[in-house]
Design a protein. Sequence first.
Length: 113
Amino acid sequence: MRRIRQARVRKRVSGTEIRPRLAIHRSTNHIYAQVINDVTHSTICACSTLSPAIREEMKGIPKKEQAEKVGKKIAELCKEKNVQHVVFDRGGFLYHGRVASLAKGAREGGLDF
């Protein structure tokens, strides 16, 4: 069912040079985020709970707070690449819990979507 929802969202959401796509994936233990330019099929930046830069900070905190920190980190990486506006692609996951926390962290970090 998630793949069906993902395909339905992906029909309408596409990343461009001006407004790339912030795609997320949520597994049981980790959350991943990447900013993608669909025109050139390239990843601009990526971050996850497994990234070496923030992996040590993730130990011992709840998953929702981990997701929020990943959102803030992806926003910081986007600012370095001069990306301010993105299109949010929730990847077929419900906008609730860790997905919403990641989006909240990205907005607090300065991304506009």
